[in-house]
Design a protein around this ligand. Structure first.
Ligand code: FAD
Length: 150
């Protein structure tokens, strides 16, 4: 079984879109390095005010990673939405995929009924996972398109 944890937190890094992009890139870069070492996969959604993240892997590694993340001062008020064991990873190829909410991905949010900002306190983990899976698919299509074009 694979352990899966879904949480949300509030972004504490101020700044404009560029600063947020830099922040997101730094987080993803460290995450990918550590997660590949620890056998963690998952997805990080960043909606300006909120981070929503799915972590999956062995129970001890997921717990350790979450505890480390929760101490990070770049966000605050982490709330675990759901923890469960699942038969297989949902993001097997992503040591940590990530999507910032940009106009480019707005269509994906709209398909899930999110016209305005996310309200993570009202979300069920399955809604988050379904959104993350479609954001992941969008990102994979985008990368595929870039490969074909080059
Ligand atoms: P280093 O990267 O060397 O960092 C050392 C210390 O400095 C850590 O305590 C770190 O929290 C702090 N730090 C580093 N950069 C900054 C900064 N710019 N501002 C403030 N403090 C900083 N890590 C993972 O391993 N996997 C994940 O999936 C993951 N997801 C994350 C999701 C979110 C929303 C956030 C905010 C962070 C996430 N992180 C993740 C990063 C995590 O919180 C730790 O920063 C990281 O794991 C520590 O890596 P390190 O031991 O290599 O230390």
């Amino acid at each position: 079984m694979i352990h899966q944890l879904v949480y949300y937190s509030r972004n504490t890094v101020p700044g404009d879109g560029r600063a947020m992009l830099t922040n997101m890139r730094e987080i993803l870069s460290v995450s990918q390095r550590n997660n590949s070492r620890d056998g963690i996969t998952g997805f990080l959604i960043f909606d300006k005010t909120w981070f929503v993240q799915i972590l999956e892997g062995e129970r001890a590694q997921v717990t350790e990673t979450y505890n480390r993340i929760a101490r990070d001062t770049r966000h605050s008020g982490t709330v675990v939405i759901n923890v469960r064991d699942v038969p297989a990873r949902l993001f097997p190829n992503w040591t940590m995929g990530g999507a910032m909410r940009t106009p480019e991905v707005q269509e994906v949010y709209l398909q899930h009924g999110f016209g305005g900002p996310l309200e993570p306190a009202r979300l069920k983990s399955d809604q988050i996972i379904n959104l993350a899976l479609d954001l992941q698919a969008f990102e994979m299509d985008r990368r595929q398109g870039q490969r074909i074009a080059s």
